[in-house]
Design a protein around this ligand. Structure first.
Ligand SMILES: Cc1cc2nc3c(=O)[nH]c(=O)nc-3n(C[C@H](O)[C@H](O)[C@H](O)COP(=O)(O)OP(=O)(O)OC[C@H]3O[C@@H](n4cnc5c(N)ncnc54)[C@H](O)[C@@H]3O)c2cc1C
Length: 384
């Protein structure tokens, strides 16, 4: 079985070729370095420039804006391949943070797109969207980071947390308030360089995950930001559009979660066909076959829905409820699956050297980030 391609009608030949390039990239540029990066607790930021040389960043952005001129499925493939490759589990958000450029693509002025998107494509700009604050994650209305207008500039004060790859980022599209009001009133996005005076980024929060992912805290202390850095050019302008991009991004991530579940399944099948107990292969126990049968079926059923959502994202008809359903379902399925797969590995499943253990820690957080499962249930529940 070739992971990720078999039986999926949504992909054309150019998508399949693109996937092959991403797989070569993982094999040549990531796998040989992984142990060293895990020791350092962070992968090399130079990886973004390497990825640019392979032409795999900004794949879905038009050529005139520095992209590859592909479509949203090319972008989805880059994310999925983090799921199909065991090294991807170690890298956490990995190269997938180039998805934050879609925030600029959706909400930026033409000038902002021309300035920033080519920099993402060349690997010169490494950026991740900063939403979550220490006192408020699910409750977006509770964000306190504030940008006060001062002549032609804004002065930003506040803090963010859990910024994926924060310590290697050169720029942070930051969600903040430019006007104090109820709910999301006065909410804007400002593009803040990490080397601007007053920006402090921590090395990273120690987590359950022992790979080479990095999640930073960010502090803004009287950071002077020129007005042109306001996304969309006017206060509050970019926020609504960005929320619709997040819908699409959740589906891309759902696709990655299913990819990781498929990888866990295939690693487990190989393991149980090799390992023996009580004079037979672990695979030969009926319990093992029943569990694998359920996993195979659930992944196939979920895959059909998520693929349908990916197509809707390209067509611009994906609803926020469908996006929530895809994210909720894929992340819960991924964790259930990976947990059972780890169980079928016995004690070896708990060893760091076994990829299944890294996939497990990564799957655990997928039920939390990009909106917790509870928040998505709330959103789906409201639509009923
Ligand atoms: C590894 C990792 C990477 C991340 N990457 C990023 C990133 O790059 N950028 C970024 O901005 N953020 C990032 N996050 C943050 C993530 O999006 C938040 O952790 C998530 O949105 C939850 O917010 P919180 O942690 O504040 O939890 P809280 O909002 O404090 O929630 C705590 C618990 O209460 C539940 N809860 C909250 N409200 C309700 C409700 N109304 N009804 C029922 N239950 C509720 C939640 O579901 C959860 O179980 C990352 C987090 C992690 C762990």
């Amino acid at each position: 079985m070739e992971l990720g391609v078999e039986g999926r009608a949504i992909f054309r030949e150019d998508h399949n070729q693109f996937r092959k390039t991403v797989r070569i990239f993982f094999r040549r540029e990531i796998e040989p370095n992984l142990k060293e990066w895990e020791k350092a607790g962070m992968f090399d930021p130079g990886l973004f420039k390497k990825a640019a040389e392979y032409g795999i960043l900004q794949a879905g952005i038009p050529v005139e804006y520095g992209g590859m001129g592909g479509d949203f499925l090319h972008h989805a493939i880059l994310h999925e391949e983090h799921g199909y490759n065991a090294a991807g589990a170690s890298m956490g958000g990995g190269l997938g943070i180039d998805g934050s450029s879609y925030v600029i693509w959706a909400g930026g002025t033409d000038e902002q797109k021309r300035e920033w998107l080519p920099r993402y494509a060349s690997g010169d700009c490494i950026a991740e969207a900063c939403f979550t604050e220490p006192q408020s994650g699910s409750d977006v209305a509770g964000f306190r980071t504030f940008a006060k207008q001062d002549g032609d500039d804004y002065i930003v004060n506040g803090s963010k947390v859990w910024t994926t790859n924060g310590s290697m980022c050169t720029m942070l599209p930051t969600v903040l308030k430019t006007e104090m009001g109820d709910g999301t009133v006065g909410m804007s996005i400002v593009l803040i360089d990490t080397d601007m005076p007053g920006v402090h980024v921590t090395k990273g929060i120690e987590t359950l995950h022992r790979g080479c992912a990095n999640e930073a805290e960010v502090f803004f202390e009287d950071v002077r930001v020129p007005r042109e850095r306001l996304l969309g050019g006017r206060p509050g302008g970019g926020f609504k559009q960005v929320m619709s991009v997040l819908n699409d991004m959740r589906v891309v991530e759902a696709s990655r979660f299913l990819a990781a579940a498929e990888l866990a399944f295939s690693l487990t099948v190989a393991y149980v066909k090799d390992r023996k107990a009580f004079g037979q292969r672990i695979f030969d126990f009926q319990n093992t076959q029943f569990r694998l049968a359920d996993i195979k079926t659930e992944i196939a059923v979920n895959r059909a829905f998520v693929d349908q959502c990916l197509v809707k994202a390209i067509e611009g008809s994906l609803t926020s409820v469908e996006s929530s359903m895809a994210k909720l379902s894929a992340s819960e399925l991924e964790f259930r699956t990976v947990d059972q797969c780890l169980q079928l590995h016995g004690g070896m499943g708990y060893a760091h050297a076994m990829p299944i253990s890294q996939i497990w820690t990564q799957a655990r957080v997928h039920r939390i980030l990009l909106g917790t499962s509870e928040i998505h249930r709330l959103a789906i529940g409201r639509s009923i």
